[in-house]
Design a protein around this ligand. Structure first.
Ligand code: ASP
Length: 328
């Protein structure tokens, strides 16, 4: 069997961290590699110039990672991005939109314990990622962590302690890892025969408001009417419900009139927005609030960043309503 060529990019995260007086911080790729087993495959490692704790990630880091993948895309069969768990679901979501026409797997993985710890989950997550990258059945961005392989833009971090740290509450796992690695082929996105490309343009002026009974109207006003913000995601209650407050509804109306995109997603773990199911959400639709259906916050932010930057403003709503990468 032909050996696969796998490209591994170390962007930081606990997997490669070491102890310091201030707590865990990213160490070098050389150190990380010294803990990884020798694998009889053609694996090329590369590190970002400055590996980071993923809680510091910014859009410029996504662009840096994407550029590294673009440079070598044609030369490898699969790609593994070693990444911190804190924002792994955000990165997987944004890459799913930025990377167009994939015909190879892009796997994000990391660990809860540094690889230097004898009990680390880093080694097994890494080895499983190599196996999955070699399978060549996956043509999309996935998160591989613990016992699951998940669609990247459907994933969220659900535990800061469990070795099964991720889940995709509104979509079945693409694969399960146990004694065997079982992939549910019918769930996978089709391989593209168009040329792979990366769209680096991202609109960063996307904000979100989590509704709670104490969310202050001043805060809502400042966010909705901020002239720099292009889109606002409202994390609503239940099936997409928001307070029947005339001041709040008038602010939404005003913001939409000023050309802002307002998206309604639910803050419920397993949930879907059904505007009109309750009286409290009925008006939202006629005001022009867009439904995010059952998208995660991570996917909604990413999709808005990508769609707003890459389409004409009159097209944004139509494109946003479509499933572009299996996120809906
Ligand atoms: N703070 C770390 C990070 O996201 C957590 C982890 O990797 O698990 O980089």
């Amino acid at each position: 069997m032909k050996k696969s060529k796998i490209f591994v990019l170390y962007s930081g995260g606990t997997i490669g961290m070491c102890e310091s007086k201030q707590g865990l911080k990213p160490a070098s790729l050389k150190k990380l590699k010294s803990y990884l087993p020798k694998i009889n495959d053609l694996i090329k490692f590369k590190s970002l110039k400055n590996p980071i704790d993923s809680s510091s990630i910014k859009p410029k880091d996504w662009i840096e990672i994407a550029k590294e993948i673009k440079k070598v895309y044609d030369n490898y069969d699969g790609f593994i991005i070693l990444h911190g768990t804190d924002t792994m679901a955000y990165s997987a979501s944004i890459f799913s939109f930025m990377f167009e026409n994939l015909s190879k797997p892009i796997i994000l993985t990391g660990s809860q314990l540094p690889i230097s710890n004898p009990r680390s989950d880093g080694k097994i997550n890494f080895i499983n990622s190599i196996f999955v990258a070699k399978e060549k059945k996956i043509n999309e961005v996935v998160i591989l962590f613990g016992n699951k392989i998940l669609r990247g833009n459907r994933s969220i971090k659900v535990s800061s302690t469990s070795f099964n740290a991720f889940n995709s509450p509104n979509f079945s796992p693409l694969g399960l890892i146990g004694k065997d690695i079982k992939i549910d082929k019918k769930l996978l996105l089709k391989s593209s025969n168009k040329k792979f490309k990366i769209n680096y343009k991202l609109e960063t002026m996307v904000a979100n408001i989590v509704l709670t009974p104490t969310t202050q109207m001043n805060f809502i006003r400042d966010t909705l009417l901020n002239k720099n913000i292009k889109a606002i995601i409202i994390e609503s209650y239940g099936a997409g419900n928001m307070p029947e407050d005339i001041e709040f509804l008038n602010l939404l109306k005003k913001a939409i009139k000023r050309g802002k995109i307002i998206v309604n997603i639910t803050q419920i773990y397993e949930g879907i927005v059904e505007m009109g199911l309750y009286k409290t959400s009925d008006k939202l639709k006629s005001l022009g609030v867009i439904s995010g259906f059952n998208m995660t916050l991570e996917a909604t932010i990413s999709k808005l960043m990508w769609v707003i930057a890459n389409y004409k403003s009159k097209e944004v709503k139509t494109i946003f309503a479509k499933s572009l990468r299996g996120e809906l």
